[in-house]
Design a protein around this ligand. Structure first.
Ligand SMILES: [Ca+2]
Ligand SMILES: [Ca+2]
Ligand SMILES: [Ca+2]
Length: 350
C-alpha cells in the first residue's frame, strides 16, 4: 500500500511539473523562437515590401474628377491622389547612363506618360501641315500619328532628376543651327518645364524681373551639341554666355546633360536627360555654375511639363505638351514658358 501511495505522489509531482512548463508564459517571447507571435507579425509585413501597386495610380491620369483635390492630399506615396496629367517618379539606387539608350535597369520600373496635348496647332501664325487633320477638340489629346507621338518617364536620385523621352517624328528638321539663341523652337526641339517649389507664378521674367517664385523653361537642341536655353525674356549684349540674354533666352547648359539616341529608319528619337534641379534662390538673369542643386527627397512635389516642337517644314508646325491647357487659341494654350500655374505635378516616390 505504501508503495502504491508513493507511486501516486510521484505521478502527481511529475504531472504538476510538466503542466507548469507547458503554461510557462516566459517561453512565448523567446526571441530565439521563430514561431513567436512577434516574429509571425513581422513575416506578414514582407507582403508590403517592394509593393509597386502604387504605380497603378497612374490610372488616374485621365480622371478629371481628381482636379482640384491637390491641395488637400496627403503626399505619402500610398495616398497620393493624382490630378489629371500629374504623375509619379520613382527613386533609383543606380541612375541611368546618359547615352541615348533607354535600356538601363533604372528605367524599367518607371511608367510612361504621354505627350499628347496640342498646345499649338492651327491658329496663326502656325498652320496645319498639308493633309493633316486638326485635333478635336482643339487643345485636346491628339491621336498617335506618323507625324508625331511622344511619351516620357522620370526617375530620381537625391541630386538629379532623370527624364527619358521617346519621340516618334516622321521628319527631323533643324534649320536654325547657326545661332542657338535664334528661335530654337523652330527646330525639332524638346522642352522641359520645371518649378522646384511647384509655384503658380505668372510673374513676368526677364532683365527687369526680380522673381522669387522661380521656374525654368528649358529648350534642348536637337543637334549633337548639348545646348540648353531657358526663356526668361529681355536681352543684353554680354559676351559671357552665363549672363548673355538674346531673344529672351539665357544659356543654362550646366543644368542639363542629355544625349539623343537616333533611329532614323523607325523615326524614333530617345532623349535621355539628367537634370540638376534648382530652386527659387537660383538667379533669373544670370546662370552661375557654382550653385548647389536642390537635394531631392521622398514625397517632394514639383511643377513639371514636357513638350515637343515639331518642325517638318521650315519652322514649328505644332507644339505638343504633356498636360492639358485650356484655351481657344495657340497663344492661350502656349503658357508653359511664362506661367508655372499650368504645370502638372510631379511626385517623388521612394
Ligand atoms: Ca541609358
Ligand atoms: Ca513630324
Ligand atoms: Ca519634325
Amino acid at each position: 500500500m505504501k508503495k502504491i501511495l508513493l507511486l501516486l505522489v510521484i505521478i502527481i509531482a511529475v504531472c504538476f511539473i510538466t503542466c507548469e512548463d507547458k503554461g510557462n508564459p516566459k517561453n512565448q517571447n523567446n526571441p530565439n523562437n521563430p514561431n513567436t507571435s512577434d516574429n509571425t507579425d513581422n513575416s506578414s509585413n514582407t507582403d508590403n515590401q517592394g509593393n509597386t501597386d502604387n504605380s497603378g495610380n497612374t490610372d488616374n491620369q485621365n480622371n478629371t474628377d481628381n482636379q482640384g483635390n491637390l491641395d488637400n492630399q496627403n503626399t505619402d506615396d500610398k495616398t497620393i491622389t493624382l490630378g489629371q496629367d500629374d504623375f509619379i517618379a520613382y527613386f533609383v539606387e543606380t541612375p541611368p547612363v546618359i547615352d541615348g539608350d533607354g535600356s538601363d535597369p533604372a528605367w524599367a520600373k518607371a511608367k510612361w506618360q504621354d505627350i499628347k496635348y496640342a498646345w499649338m496647332y492651327q491658329a496663326s501664325p502656325y498652320s496645319l501641315p498639308t493633309g493633316a487633320t486638326a485635333p478635336t477638340p482643339v487643345g485636346g489629346a491628339i491621336e498617335k500619328t506618323p507625324d508625331f507621338s511622344g511619351r516620357f518617364k522620370v526617375v530620381w536620385t537625391a541630386d538629379r532628376l532623370y527624364i527619358l523621352a521617346e519621340i516618334i517624328d516622321d521628319q527631323i528638321k533643324t534649320p536654325n543651327t547657326g545661332n542657338v539663341y535664334q528661335n530654337p523652337e523652330n527646330n525639332d526641339c524638346l522642352e522641359i518645364f520645371i518649378s522646384e517649389s511647384a509655384s503658380t507664378s505668372t510673374q513676368p521674367r526677364g532683365t527687369t524681373a526680380n522673381s522669387t517664385s522661380h521656374f525654368f523653361a528649358y529648350h534642348m537642341n536637337f543637334t549633337d551639341m548639348v545646348s540648353v536655353l531657358d526663356y526668361i525674356g529681355g536681352s543684353n549684349s554680354s559676351s559671357d554666355p552665363n549672363t548673355r540674354i538674346e531673344n529672351g533666352f539665357i544659356k543654362r547648359n550646366h543644368h542639363l546633360n542629355f544625349k539623343i539616341g537616333k533611329n532614323d529608319s523607325t523615326h524614333t528619337y530617345i532623349w535621355e536627360t539628367e537634370m540638376k534641379v534648382y530652386g527659387n534662390d537660383y538667379p533669373v538673369i544670370t546662370s552661375p555654375e557654382d550653385r548647389m542643386p536642390v537635394i531631392l527627397t521622398k514625397n517632394k512635389k514639383m511643377g513639371f511639363a514636357i513638350a515637343y516642337n515639331d518642325n517638318d517644314t521650315t519652322k514649328r508646325d505644332h507644339f505638343i505638351g504633356s498636360m492639358y491647357v485650356q484655351g481657344n487659341s495657340d497663344d492661350a494654350r502656349n503658357q508653359g514658358y511664362k506661367n508655372a500655374s499650368v504645370y502638372a505635378k510631379l511626385y517623388l516616390v521612394k
